[in-house]
Design a protein around this ligand. Structure first.
Ligand SMILES: [Zn+2]
Length: 455
């Protein structure tokens, strides 16, 4: 099957050209002017006046997240359908070992779960939630199996590791050629502040921010940067949310550390004031939403390269789940929907309002994640030989965001009523068109596991 996409503005991380793209089966086969004169195709897509971007990579999703008390709303089927609607063609989810399970077993189980029903291609970060004598070998084994990134938590019962454990794991991961991803928040400070607030009866959702203010994240990032400097490893921080953290990461990069930062649309668009509103309980997420100055610093980080990628931490909970303990913030499930709305929010708030270039948006939503997390050049770029994962972007058509018309399995949206532009007209994953002129046309899921290799 050959598809010719004609006349679009093809966006690269460092420029754009108006050209045709020839897709043959699953790959990009040619790029240039007037390809129709030299190639025949089974179908032709007219992309005149539109932008063509690499299919988005969301390197931080939970499909679903399961805990003892709550399970988030989307599974691999519903969540990756919604992802495709938002132009996302590859997700990176998490394999979390059950107690005592080796990493490779957790990875195999999650892969089997995903292969049945993923519309996007998929990969995993392996979560290390226990420290054992066999861990060094387990790390090396899963890296060989195509999972070179490891997520470590500094807080939460059942997930948290001590500083000493993290330090040793950083060394093992470095030796094996992998990369560490950190959820950086100081759990002891969160526990102390939470206990003080609860003792004073301050348990409404507005106090969530007071239980985990900026210092909780910045202190943890500072500590991890110090450890990483000693180890000399590669590390990324997930969901960075505050100004001090951005300054610390910028400084570490400047000093030559191989350290990378992810932020999420909710930290770029929303502030802690949301949690003080009448439906404040809906907006609980961790790290907490911060203040206007933090929002500005994150946008600056997107512009100047301190922020490497914008992913979503997609983890939706329903109104009922959120409301069950709505006046008791420590018990409200943390998480927000996001996998479907990242591209239009970045186009509307970044490209249109803040003059962030589309090239930079490509870097933030696909290219950098592919480079840093080992998907490049198969993913995250439009070049001959790469997977034909692409989005034909319509920056003209307006949409009013509403959970009723979005496809994530959740009955509310943090951006309800926001007017946006930038949903895709067409979404192609490995040569297969899943959305055509804004209409869902895919029949089966067919997402594949993509083994990753770090450069
Ligand atoms: Zn997460």
């Amino acid at each position: 099957m050959r598809t010719l996409i004609c006349g679009g503005k093809i966006v690269f991380p460092d420029g754009m050209i108006t050209a045709d793209l020839l897709v043959s089966d699953e790959k990009i086969a040619a790029m240039g002017k007037a390809l129709a004169t030299s190639f025949s195709a089974d179908r032709t897509v007219d992309a005149t006046g539109k932008f063509i971007l690499p299919g988005l990579i969301d390197s931080h999703v939970h499909m679903p997240w399961k805990s003892d008390s709550f399970s988030s709303g989307d599974d691999f089927s519903s969540g990756t359908r919604a992802a495709i609607w938002g132009g996302v063609t590859t997700i990176i989810d998490f394999a979390i070992p059950e107690r005592g399970e080796p990493l490779s077993v957790a990875v195999d189980k999650r892969r089997k779960e995903a292969i049945e029903s993923c519309y996007t291609d998929f990969a995993f970060h392996a979560v290390i939630n226990r420290f054992t004598s066999t861990l060094a070998e387990e790390i090396a084994a899963v890296i060989k199996a195509g999972i070179p990134s490891f997520k470590l938590y500094m807080l939460y019962p059942g997930l948290a590791l001590s500083d000493g454990e993290i330090y040793q794991i950083m060394r093992w991961v470095k030796q094996a050629g992998g990369l560490v991803g950190i959820h950086a928040e100081n759990g002891a400070i969160v526990d102390t502040l939470t206990a003080l607030l609860v003792a004073r009866g301050k348990t409404g959702p507005a106090y969530h921010y007071a239980s985990r203010p900026q210092l909780v994240e910045a202190e943890a990032i500072n500590r991890m940067l110090f450890l990483n400097r000693i180890v000399g490893g590669r590390m990324f921080f997930v969901h960075v949310s505050s100004q001090d953290s951005i300054a610390l990461i910028a400084q570490a990069k400047h000093q030559g550390q191989q350290v990378y930062a992810e932020t999420c649309p909710h930290y770029l668009l929303l502030t802690a004031e949301k949690c003080a509103g009448s439906e404040g309980y809906l907006f609980l997420v961790s790290p907490s939403l911060k203040n206007a100055a933090d929002v500005e610093s994150l946008w600056t980080g997107c512009e100047d390269g301190t922020v490497d990628f914008v992913s979503t931490d997609h983890c939706p909970f329903s109104r009922t789940q959120k409301a069950e303990h709505k006046d008791d913030f420590p018990k409200i499930p943390n998480g927000l929907p996001g996998v479907e709305t990242r591209l239009p929010l970045m186009v509307t708030e970044g490209y249109e309002k803040r003059h962030l270039s589309l090239e930079r948006i490509v870097q933030l939503t696909s290219y950098n994640a592919a480079r840093i997390l080992g998907l490049y050049p198969q993913k995250g770029t439009l070049q001959v030989g790469s997977d034909a994962d692409l989005v034909v972007l319509n920056t003209e058509k307006e949409h009013v965001l509403s959970y009723r018309t979005l496809h994530m399995n959740v009955d509310w949206s943090p951006y309800e009523g926001h007017t946006v532009r930038g949903f895709p007209d067409l979404v192609m994953r490995r040569g297969e068109i899943l959305i055509d002129r804004g209409v869902w046309v895919a029949d089966e899921s067919r997402g594949m596991f993509i083994p990753r290799v770090l450069a």
